[in-house]
Design a protein. Structure first.
Lengths: 221, 221
């Protein structure tokens, strides 16, 4: 029984990491479809969405099966519940990548707006947050997870900067309002990707330190 | 043991519904702080955020306790996992209400922008989606949950309409760019509230029909 459980749990973690790598690639390709005005790349992101959605369902099923077959200790339960939530966050990161790719396609219909301000840097930070949050998960590394939480401020800072620059730009030239607004939507999507990476990092901390920070009590019920 | 489990599960559901009512109230107050330029109401939303966050942690703890104490059948497991995910969605709806209240405070610093276009109607639909998704949960009502999914198109339609109107408005008068942009952010927040209600409705359908629509298989592992 013990071995069986370890095997199921390892398979579950492997599938989640595979999900993470699909979501990472979708974000990377989505962002580059905007930055490089690459419509083919945008379409690839849209084509690959189904694989992420199917994997989400598979992982949810594995979680149910695992909990149905084994009676887990609180530590393992927290791990499995964290996997279930992270699975959700990864699927929604995939959705954001799709939104970015759709923006890329719409942006291509307009003349190119001036340099993309801080968007490349903002996307680098968001992608790094994703990568680090998944690495923190693999290594159960609370310190790295905390670094991810700290990086979210950088993402929000870039978002504010990008908003300000693009709005000022829109005020000066009303013909760029629509394409500049698409870039604002892309910045919003990157902000959400940062939020999801933050959720993943929080789940890692909860998973590792659960009892310490949350004080579950029996007498509460 | 059986009774004990029923009691724990009922308590869990009650707490989740209480969480739902707090989130609903936060959204309602947040939206009205914008529509009625009511700074006091906005501050109330900000003050009440902590209660929602604490309740989220309490519910997560209850989920862990319940799974640690009882070996559940797949049907009950799906219910408990759905509760865990819905708990997350409700907390994030609370975050969106806070964002809306913060926008309200910032909007008050500018002269009032022309009538708030379709924002009141968009917020009514988003609030109805929240209410219906929670009612669908209580009644295990798949039909009502499906109605929620259909309403998400309305929310997206209003969002597009509001974006178009406000962007056109910004093109005509550059002095309204900043306050009009705040209203765009509010519309984005309402869109996300609709998305979370959609997630809740999907969880209700998964919970009730799980096996039928998702085909969990043992031989997959």
């Amino acid at each position: 029984m013990e071995r069986h459980f370890e095997r199921d749990l390892n398979e579950l973690k492997e599938r989640l990491l595979w999900m993470g790598s699909l979501a990472e690639r979708a974000v990377h390709q989505g962002v580059h479809s905007v930055l490089d005005s690459d419509e083919q790349l945008a379409k690839r992101v849209l084509d690959e969405e189904d694989a992420i959605n199917e994997l989400q369902i598979e992982i949810d099923d594995r979680v149910v099966q695992l909990l149905a077959l084994h009676q887990l200790m609180a530590t393992d339960l927290r791990l499995v519940l964290a996997v279930s939530r992270i699975n959700n966050d990864l699927e929604r990161i995939g959705d954001q990548a799709v939104n970015i790719a759709q923006s890329a396609v719409r942006i291509l219909r307009h003349p190119r707006v001036k340099p993309y301000v801080d968007l490349p840097r903002m996307s680098e930070v968001a992608e790094e947050m994703m990568r680090d949050s998944l690495n923190a998960l693999v290594r159960r590394d609370v310190e790295l997870a905390q670094k991810v939480l700290a990086m979210d401020d950088q993402v929000d800072h870039y978002r504010d900067q990008i908003f300000r620059e693009l709005l000022t730009y829109m005020m000066g030239d009303s013909s760029v309002v629509f394409p500049a607004f698409e870039l604002i939507l892309v910045a919003k999507n990157l902000e959400r990707i940062g939020d999801h990476a933050t959720n993943i990092a929080e789940d890692v901390i909860y998973m590792v330190q659960g009892q310490d920070v949350r004080h579950p009590t029996v007498d509460r019920r």
